[in-house]
Design a protein around this ligand. Sequence first.
Ligand SMILES: [Zn+2]
Length: 255
Amino acid sequence: MNLRAQIEALDKLATLDVSLTKLEAELQREGAVLSDKKSQIKKLEERFESTRTSVGDMDRTRAELLQDARQMSVQMDRSREKLARCRTERELNATQREIEELRKLYRDRELEIEKINGLAEQARSEMDGATTERAALMGDVTSNDQLASRLELLEKQVAAEREQRKELVKAVLPVLYRRYELVRKRRGSAVAFTFQGTCSECHMSLSPMIFQRLRRGEDFDQCPSCQRILYFREDPVAGANEADAAESQGSETTT
Ligand SMILES: [Zn+2]
C-alpha cells in the first residue's frame, strides 16, 4: 500500500466526517423543530374536532330538552284547564299534584338546559382558543418557509457529503477503514498525527519506539492512549499553537 495516499485519504475522510456530523446534527435539530410544530398543529386540530363533536352533541341534547319542556308546558296548560272543571276535592287535589309534578319536571329541564348552555359556551371558547393558537403556528408563513427551505438545503448538503464520503472510503484500505470507524464511534474522531513524540489529539507522549517507527514512515500505528490512527507529520501546520516548539525540534527531524 502507498502510505502517503492512505494518510491523505484518511485525513480527507476525517475532515469530511467532522463536517458531516455537524450537518447531520443540525438537520436533526431543525427537523425536530418542524415536526414539533406540525405535531402541535395536529394536536390543536384534533382538540378542535373533538370539541366540535361534543358541541354538536350538546346542541342535540338541548333541542330534545326544549322539545320536552314545550310538551310539559302544553300538558300544564291542559291540567290548568282541567282544574277549572274539577268537581270533587279529590279530583282537585289530584290535578294540583299533577300540575306540581309537571312544574317540577319543567324546572328540571330548564336547569339542564342552563347547564348545557354554560358547557357549550365554554367549549366554544376552547374552540376559539385552539383556532387562534393554530393560526399563530400556521400564520408565521415566512418563518415556516424559511425553516422548510433550510431543511431542504441541509438535506441536499448531507446527501452530497454522504456521496463524497462513499468515494473517499473507496480509497482507504478496508482494514484501516474498519479501525477508523471503530475509533471514531468511540472518540468522535479517529485520526491523529505526531511530529515530536506526542499524539496530536490526546497529547500523550508516545514511546520512542513507536515514534521512531512512525517517523520512518513504514506503517501506521495506534495511539496507545486514545487508540486513534497515528501517522508522522513533518509539517505541523495544523497544530498552529505548537508551531514554536516544532521549529526547535523540527530542524533535527526533517529529512
Ligand atoms: Zn492519542
